[in-house]
Design a protein around this ligand. Structure first.
Ligand code: BGC
Length: 695
């Protein structure tokens, strides 16, 4: 029993060697050793030691058997960068959703993979792809947006990038986790078709791209917690999708009974509360089959070895790579490509030569505001604020701080004397973010835990009254007022938007955000982000949301599918965003080739500057057999075009992505008849050209 046997993974081991090693480990390990692999260990002690600093250590999160040489997996968050040490802080996930740029997202993932490895981590919780059903969701910033297709493409790119460096990516939170305050108790009731067509396709896409792990959600689905929900973890994940990786729970109280193991949960994190001794006892009493334990360990071990034995692209992963210049440059590139220009009445771009004085107003202009203070918090070596970025970009003395919300009148008089004004408003960790109850640890000085009433779901979908007052005062003083809006998702602007010249939504733009902001405002680069969600005109256009609900019904429609079904105009449509240039679409051609549609469309830059455009392809259905959305996004491509340049975008739409789910036969069906293919620069009717195809 105490004899040490070396079955450790070695670089270059073949699949056959790995499966032989795993079989040997399962043969030699005792029940206690196997069950020990099925949970995290040491988290609470580490949290006490680090005085509640979330991310102070790599957290042991499954696997590991010292006697046999099996290494554990070491976990780190999180979506906007590696939540350890002093890592590169990217724009938040929602900002990266607005880039509509999977190739860039893959590079972001590679940086995260490198920085995770350089800090001792082999399992990453960065891939958060819960669908944004309602903008009040406090963790909206951690996901890519409202559309399942877009979520899948972006999430698959991130997971692939992370895994390039042999860090296992975990797709979270499986599933239906999109209300924060009630996350531990809420029961999301959903029908099988909405579940598979709306809330799960992105998870499937990411897992089929090779993502090695899944984190279950805290909430319940149809009466059972997701961490022990057999339908989700076995029925759908393994039996329908054939997923071979492992599932681990979310961090605290994510599972409630040892039977979670039989339902398909392989690892309980962060500690063995319901697994551990209770699971050993359940096996010994016959309540749980020993094969359940072997199956879970096989999944954990095979995944661990597959990654540990693969060759690394880099020779080594020294700490000097963390937040190195090349990585910070990727963060700046994302910030440049993610800002969404929502309004521009000839104010932007500002001209350096014409701006001798720039009044910068708003508390957020000087705040290091990279997002919430929950598990996804990254502590970068510095944060370039909006004011700092503008000061660095402009000659000395040009950008001046005009005042914040407490002195709107002073700010307005400074703006009146300036050539243009920038007002930075929006949200912070105080208004939205992950909700970590006070008794879950966290030293106050670490900004974690014991935070009482901060974070959580949003109570107000607009701006704070004092911010609106500031905007009005400054806009009253100069027509050349640009409002920069910070926040994780949709912000209602109806009250004040008509009074200002330009609005740029930058989300939480990361450690290089201020630098990118200056380059965008002064036209060095054209804004090219596109909204990955719908901004409605009225809150009543959104689905029902209750942050304290015990039960909620999720259905087939939300976001643009809901508004389009109801025939309601949004304030800003999904996929919308202005540019310093403009683009034309023509010559849309669609043909069926085997099991896919081939779509091509010509896009021309009709403006005077080079700029990026996001070409979007939507498909509308006959809708004769069952009720369907008016149209769904089924392809997109970001392209860079010089003035007058035309490019032909070619996209393929697999026919199986056009199917609907028939719950009675438990199968996917392609509707025959006339489908409409739309292509253009946003989901708005007037931005789209269309073509019909009969299937
Ligand atoms: C969050 C997860 C996170 C985990 C570990 C949980 O509270 O919901 O997203 O990965 O903590 O930090």
């Amino acid at each position: 029993m105490s004899e040490t046997i070396d079955l450790a993974p070695r670089k270059g081991m073949t699949a056959a060697e790995i499966s032989a090693a795993v079989a040997k480990i399962l043969e030699l390990a005792t029940l206690e050793e196997k069950v020990a692999m099925m949970s995290g260990h040491g988290f609470f002690a580490q949290m006490r030691e680090s005085r509640g600093l979330w991310g102070a250590n790599p957290y042991r999160a499954g696997g590991g058997c010292e006697r046999l040489g099996v290494p554990p997996l070491y976990f780190t968050d999180g979506p906007r960068g590696v939540a350890r040490g002093s890592s590169t802080c990217f724009p938040c996930t929602m900002a990266r959703g607005a880039t509509f740029d999977p190739a860039l997202e893959r590079r972001v993932g590679e940086v995260m993979g490198i920085e995770a490895r350089a800090q001792g981590c082999t399992l990453s919780g960065a891939v958060c792809v819960n669908l944004l059903r309602h903008p009040a969701w406090g963790r909206a910033q951690e996901t890519y947006g409202e559309d399942p297709y877009h979520l899948g493409e972006m999430g698959a790119a991130l997971a692939t990038g992370i895994q390039t460096h042999n860090v296992v990516a975990t797709a979270k939170h499986f599933a239906l986790n999109s209300i924060e305050n009630a996350r531990f108790k809420i029961d999301v009731r959903i029908d099988p078709r909405s579940l598979r067509e709306v809330y799960l396709p992105h998870f499937r896409r990411i897992l089929e791209a090779g993502c090695g792990s899944v984190m279950s959600a805290y909430n319940k689905m149809n009466g059972e917690h997701c961490g022990q929900n057999r339908e989700l973890l076995t029925g759908i994940l393994r039996e329908e999708w054939g997923f071979e990786g492992f599932v681990h729970s979310d961090w605290v109280l994510g599972v409630y009974q040892p039977y979670g193991a039989a339902a398909g949960l392989d690892v309980e994190n962060p500690e063995p509360v319901h697994f551990g001794a209770k699971l050993v006892a359940a096996v010994n009493s016959g309540a749980i089959e020993p094969s359940v334990i072997d199956t879970a360990c096989r999944r954990i071990l095979t995944t661990t070895y597959r990654f540990a034995c693969a060759e690394d692209p880099l020779e080594s992963y020294p700490p000097s790579l963390v937040a190195c210049e090349a990585h910070r440059a990727v963060a700046e590139e994302v910030a440049l490509k993610s800002a969404v220009l929502l309004k521009n009445e000839g104010v932007l771009p500002l001209k350096k030569s014409a701006v001798r004085k720039l009044a910068v107003a708003g508390r957020l202009a000087t705040l290091e505001n990279t997002g919430d203070n929950g598990s996804s918090r990254v502590r970068p070596p510095y944060v370039m604020t909006s004011l700092a970025g503008l000061k660095e970009f402009l000659d000395e003395g040009v950008a001046v701080f005009a005042g914040d919300e407490s002195d709107a009148l002073d700010a307005a008089s400074a703006a009146a004397r300036a050539d243009a004004a920038v007002v930075v408003v929006g949200l912070t960790a105080a208004e939205e973010g992950e909700w970590i109850p006070g008794d879950m640890g966290g030293a106050p000085e670490s900004g974690q835990g014991r935070r009482g009433a901060v974070g959580g779901d949003r109570d107000n979908l607009g701006l704070a009254p004092e911010q609106i007052k500031l905007i009005r005062a400054v806009a009253g003083a100069t027509r050349r007022t640009v409002v920069v809006v910070v926040g994780g998702s949709a912000i209602m602007m109806n009250e004040w938007i008509d009074e200002v010249g330009a609005v740029l939504q930058t989300f939480y733009s990361g450690m290089e955000g201020g630098r990118a902001l200056a380059r965008l405002l002064f036209g060095e680069v054209s804004p090219s982000g596109r909204l990955p969600f719908t901004v409605p005109k009225a809150e009543s256009d959104l689905p029902f949301f209750d942050k304290n609900a015990d039960t909620i019904e999720y259905g087939p429609y939300h976001g643009y599918t809901l508004l389009e079904k109801a025939g309601t105009e949004p304030a800003f449509a999904f996929g919308y965003g202005l540019s310093y240039s403009s683009f034309g679409y023509r010559a849309l051609k669609v043909r069926k080739a085997g099991d896919r549609l081939q779509v091509q469309v010509s896009v021309t830059n009709r403006g005077a500057v080079a700029a990026d455009e996001v070409a979007q392809v939507y498909v509308g259905f006959p809708g004769k057999v069952v009720d369907r959305p008016k149209k769904l996004l089924r392809g997109f491509e970001r392209l860079t075009l010089k003035p007058a340049e035309t490019r032909t975008v070619r996209l393929e739409v697999p026919l199986d992505t056009l199917c609907w789910y028939d719950a009675t036969t438990r199968s996917w069906k392609l509707e025959s008849g006339a489908h409409t293919v739309y292509a253009g620069g946003s989901s708005r009717d007037r931005d789209l050209v269309r073509a019909a195809i009969s299937l």
